[in-house]
Design a protein around this ligand. Structure first.
Ligand SMILES: Cc1cc2nc3c(=O)[nH]c(=O)nc-3n(C[C@H](O)[C@H](O)[C@H](O)COP(=O)(O)OP(=O)(O)OC[C@H]3O[C@@H](n4cnc5c(N)ncnc54)[C@H](O)[C@@H]3O)c2cc1C
Length: 495
């Protein structure tokens, strides 16, 4: 090991949104802050740089006005007609609904009550938002980060550098250092110059989860997960979780489930932050308006049991379970006429044909008669009602007597040309993490007491998500608990 030791009041591991939020908060307490980041400067930003939006509580125009620049009150009122509010009670219910009431109540309480405060605090750090999806068809959440997560992270880096934070790139945390009391006093890291010791009065772990580690995916998520493609950066290999578990940190939340959604079959093995600027998106989230079939021509899931933002994160798992881990989203000409395709379907891997038989051949569906029968049975089972592709409201136009049922957004598949989009499971991040005290983000020991000097936030903090997730929640939780971690880490360091 190099005899060179670098010291900070607060050392933060990782440079994603949770880490940057922790750094802003630690600076407010006048701490000397250092960040070590595994990626190079050119590849910095983490999964956070690939995101679009946050899910937060708002009660009306007055809560979002300060977040959005260059938009008039009238334009915002038009936006609010689609989604007038998301109250604390509504956000709580949504998260309990998607997690089957298994979200950690104490964590969720803080997440819900702090989300508006936190987003307004982010605005005070120079961030701003734009109306989601323009005024024609807003996304699942009402606002998008200006420049997406990439813009958010670029602003974070600029401000933190100006405010005196030192970044060490290409520096991977390997192990935690403890004193005789068991307090964490630093991190041993691998740098381009060799192994370096970083000491600190407090350490904030914000270096993501294990989604980029095939061995851990297989170990915790099960067979088949080792070879899947991830949607994000290749750097989140579970290092922070491993080194924290090694010193007795308490695991928390769901280690066998994760966020995984339908992605274009050509999704690369991983993606780096700069890709955000090319605007190439592999997300294939038209499935609530389609039927999804496997290579056998069978449907396998209710495509529209709930709003898209409350189902997409569990759809990847059901696609992975199909033969070859592939499925096809099937729509007919009506969807084009209604103009309900998101623009990213312009570059989707796709087949188009005048007949269902020809479409099946082009897609590689093996059992064509079965596929035709699946479509016929679906068409016959659709109940009367009006199709309405509103992303904030279920339309109730479902099937009867069909297994699996399709609960909403049923459009018959009978008018050519027909279109099919092959999709695969794209994994986003893992739900399992460490147990933290939600009040101060301090990591808890299996012995039932806090680990002195150790804090965690972002994907590393477990408990909020179980089996499923509501879109826009990861960035919100990362900012909320990152801020809490940075503030308490700094207060403890400067005591
Ligand atoms: C394509 C995509 C789109 C998404 N869209 C959204 C969205 O719109 N809204 C939303 O809320 N969520 C979204 N998510 C989820 C969201 O990205 C995560 O919930 C969030 O970014 C987690 O933040 P984080 O700071 O914990 O992790 P990250 O942003 O991933 O940061 C972790 C950092 O730690 C670094 N690191 C890893 N190991 C080490 C080590 N040993 N030493 C030092 N550094 C290390 C990594 O390089 C990385 O920079 C999306 C994810 C993806 C992949």
């Amino acid at each position: 090991m190099s005899d060179h030791t670098i010291h900070y009041d607060v050392l933060i591991v990782g440079a994603g949104n949770a880490a940057c939020s922790a750094a802003h908060a630690a600076l407010e307490k006048n701490a000397r802050v250092g960040i070590i980041e595994k990626a190079s400067k050119g590849n910095r930003g983490g999964n956070s740089a690939l995101t679009g939006h946050m899910r937060f509580v708002f009660n009306g125009l007055e809560d979002i006005r300060a977040l959005v620049k260059n938009t008039t009150d009238d334009e915002l009122r038009t936006l609010l007609e689609r989604m007038p509010h998301r109250t604390e009670a509504e956000l709580w219910d949504e998260i309990m609904r998607v997690t089957n009431n298994q979200s950690d109540e104490e964590m969720l309480q803080v997440h819900v009550t702090e989300s508006l405060n936190t987003i307004q605090w982010l605005a005070s750090k120079g961030h701003d938002w734009t109306p989601a999806g323009g005024f024609k068809m807003p996304g699942d959440n009402i606002l998008l980060m200006n420049g997406g997560g990439y813009g958010l992270q670029q602003r974070n880096f600029t401000k933190l550098e100006q405010d005196g934070v030192t970044f060490h790139y290409e520096t991977s945390a390997l192990d935690l250092i403890q004193d005789d009391r068991g307090h964490v006093t630093g991190v041993v890291a691998l740098t381009p110059k060799g192994i370096v010791k970083f000491t600190a009065k407090s350490v904030v772990m914000a270096c993501g989860s294990f989604e980029a580690n095939p061995e851990m995916r297989a170990r915790y998520l099960g067979p088949g997960w080792d070879t899947i493609h991830i949607r994000g950066v290749p750097f989140n290999t579970g290092d922070g979780l491993r080194m924290s578990l090694n010193i007795g940190a308490m695991p928390h939340g769901s280690w066998t489930t994760c966020h995984a959604s339908p992605q274009d079959v050509c999704l690369p093995k991983f993606t780096i932050p700069i890709s955000y600027t090319t605007k190439k998106s592999y997300a294939r989230y038209m499935y609530p308006y389609s039927i999804m079939v496997n290579t056998n021509g069978d449907r396998f899931i209710d495509e529209a049991e709930d709003l898209r933002g409350r189902t997409y994160a569990r759809m990847g798992r059901s696609i992975l379970a199909q033969p070859g881990g592939v499925a096809f989203q099937i729509l007919d000409a009506k969807a084009r006429k209604m103009d309900i395709y998101p623009t990213n379907y312009d570059t989707a891997t796709a087949s188009k044909a005048d007949t269902l038989e020809k479409l099946a051949v082009e897609l590689g569906i093996v059992n064509i008669p079965n596929f035709i029968e699946t479509v016929r049975n679906y068409n016959t089972a659709i109940q009367p009602g009006t199709f309405n592709p509103d992303r904030h409201k279920l339309d109730g136009k479902g099937t009867a007597g069909l297994t699996p049922r399709k609960s909403n957004y049923c459009l018959s598949i009978e008018d050519g040309p027909f279109e099919g989009f092959p999709v695969r499971c794209g994994m986003t991040f893992c739900f399992g993490g460490l147990k933290i005290d939600p009040a101060n983000a301090q990591v808890q020991h299996v012995a039932g007491r806090p680990i002195g000097g150790l804090y965690a936030a972002g994907e590393m903090a477990g408990g909020l998500w179980v089996g499923n997730y509501a879109s826009g929640s990861g960035m919100m939780a990362g900012a909320t608990f990152g801020r809490i971690a940075g503030m308490h880490a700094a207060m403890a360091a400067l005591q």
